[in-house]
Design a protein around this ligand. Structure first.
Ligand code: NAD
Length: 531
């Protein structure tokens, strides 16, 4: 163990024995079956426990992340601790309201059966996380699952052994072991976990491993949310505030040494702007790292030697021109903040072994284009990215990019902050992920919407047409009650704005008519009997 690990009494990473994994799942199932997770007060207490798990142990997490990622405690504070505590507060405040049973919207047809939507926890869930933001990417989904009333098996990344070992030590001190369990390990342990049926799996990581997770989950019919990555472009256009835009792109690109799922992967810059863009980068970089990134305590390291060597190879194979940085020290897991111009779609930095992969390192390729259409075509020729950044004060340019592309999210004139925004979902589309979370969206992901209706015997006065023996008269009666009416067939296909917004339900009107007719018949019959 290194000096810092000893100083901060950091535990040693220990993979869970494979034979213990079934027992973990059973204990979590028992925890769920105990019924304690149904109480909203209990759920809030668990979220609060996670808050104090983080707050009480910040120094130890900082020490762990300094060892795992060479990360500055202040960057961890800005990028992880703040947004995570903010998210836990949102879940803590929101859960009581979200967990309430809802009545279905009023409908004349269905109100007699009092349709309701119960918000029930899905059950025992599995949360698998990557290495890059260990606090945020584990605590936010776990807190979301606890808010929904689920119990959780949590598999952190083996690439951050100090932080993952710390989770294993701390979790049982703050949360019951039949509610959250940390399963440390690598491929064998995750493979074992994936042999079991889970009531939901939330997987955050690479698309490569997502394919393995989804294939395994298909065999057990476990529902899965995938939060993946992708090549998120930063597109520059007319009237952009170059000074602010470049600072924001470089901040996002070099934070955590580029190991951020929503880091801008590459910049698309009009040819006419390229030289000014590069000049501005050359001005900002020494501001960020006055003594160079290598000596700066504000610049992280790559998580592994393998990851560093990969980035080195990509740089060695680029056909572009390195205009800033370019130094790599594999032994020190260091890649200098690097900017490469003259990068085309087939460059090593844009497609690795013919596969389009995110860089996940502090390298910014610049792709130049003639106009907005070429920029859009370049983005559309690739998978839908997780984030898309537009830099321009020109509203038409902004709208054209937004309307002509697809991505997990869009941010205009800034980078990355949308992850922390209040009240909005976070997630990808297609190869950048499926499903979304944060706040109420996390609660929804781990919640089963259970529909409950209560039918009364007297409703057969109007619904008896459904019983055999079937007859044309019964079918007509059921049609009158159930078939909706539509506007008449249009003579020419409607333009989108003319599409009717709603249709009236004959079933609704039919039920009211049938109720009135039936009640009148009943009353008439009983008054005949009396007379
Ligand atoms: P990864 O896919 O290598 O690992 C993620 C998890 O999968 C780890 O817990 C790991 O132990 C497990 N795993 C690895 N190989 C496995 C296998 N063969 N079978 C079963 N499980 C396996 O990802 P990473 O390198 O830790 O993280 C980087 C990736 O995560 C990037 O692609 C990044 O874009 C993505 N990411 C996405 C988000 C998001 O919110 N969308 C956030 C952070 C990171």
């Amino acid at each position: 163990m290194s000096t810092t690990a000893t100083e901060h009494k950091l535990p040693t990473f220990a993979p869970m024995p494979l034979e213990d994994i079934a027992k973990v799942r059973e204990e979590l199932q028992r925890g769920f079956a105990s019924g304690k997770t149904r109480s909203v007060a209990w759920r809030r207490a668990q979220i609060l426990a996670l808050v104090y798990l983080i707050k009480d142990n910040i120094d130890r997490f900082n020490a762990a992340l300094a060892l795992d990622l060479g990360r500055s405690p202040l960057e961890t504070h800005i990028a992880e601790v703040g947004p995570t505590l903010d998210e836990l507060r949102v879940l803590y405040d929101g859960v009581a309201k979200w967990a309430k049973t809802e009545s279905a919207p009023f409908s004349t047809a269905w109100f007699p059966m009092k349709p309701q939507i119960r918000k029930e926890p899905k059950g025992v869930v599995l949360v698998i996380t990557p290495f890059n933001y260990v606090i945020t990417l584990s605590m936010c989904p776990i807190a979301g699952a606890l808010a929904a009333g689920c119990t959780v098996a949590f598999k952190p990344s083996e690439q951050t052994p100090h932080a993952s070992a710390l989770f294993a030590e701390l979790m049982p001190k703050y949360v019951d072991t039949d509610v959250v369990r940390v399963v440390n390990g690598a491929i064998p342990e995750t493979t074992k976990l994936l042999e079991y049926q889970w009531d939901h799996i939330m997987y955050t990581g690479s698309g490569r491993v997502a394919r393995i997770v989804l294939t395994a989950a298909a065999k057990t019919l476990s529902p899965v949310t995938t939060e993946l990555g992708g090549k998120s472009p930063a597109i520059f256009g007319p009237r952009c505030n170059l000074k602010t835009s470049v600072r924001r792109v470089l901040w996002a690109k070099f934070a955590n040494s580029g190991q951020t799922c929503i880091a801008p992967d590459y910049a698309i810059v009009p040819k006419s702007l390229e030289l000014d863009f590069i000049d501005e980068i050359r001005r900002v970089l020494p501001e960020f790292y006055p003594d160079g990134a290598e000596r700066s305590s504000s610049f992280s390291r790559i998580v592994s030697f393998r990851g560093t060597a990969r980035l080195h190879a990509l740089l060695q194979n680029t056909k572009g021109e390195t205009v800033c940085g370019g130094r790599v020290d594999v032994e020190a897991r260091f890649v200098e903040p690097t900017v490469v111009r003259g990068v085309g779609g087939d460059d090593s930095l844009m497609s690795e072994y013919a596969v389009i992969l995110e860089l996940f390192g502090p390298i910014l390729p610049i792709v130049t284009v003639d106009d907005v259409d070429e920029a859009i075509a370049f983005v559309k020729a690739r998978d839908h990215p997780l984030a898309l950044y537009v830099f321009s004060e020109d509203k038409e340019f902004q709208q054209k990019i937004i309307e002509s592309t697809q991505s997990g999210g869009v941010l205009v004139n800034d980078t990355m902050v949308h992850f922390a925004a209040y009240g909005v979902p976070f997630g990808g589309i297609g190869p950048s992920g499926s499903g979304q979370y944060k706040g109420k969206y996390s609660f929804d992901m781990f919640t089963h919407l259970r529909t409950v209706l209560v039918s009364a015997s007297w409703l057969d006065i109007i619904l008896s047409g459904r019983y055999p023996p079937f007859s044309a008269a019964k079918a007509r009666k059921m049609d009158m009650l159930t078939l909706p009416s539509f506007p008449s067939r249009p003579k020419v296909p409607p333009v989108p704005s003319e599409v009717p917004q709603s249709s009236t339900s004959r079933w609704g009107a039919g039920v009211v008519v049938a109720l009135v007719v039936s009640m009148t018949a009943l009353l008439t019959r009983s008054s005949h009997r009396r007379s």
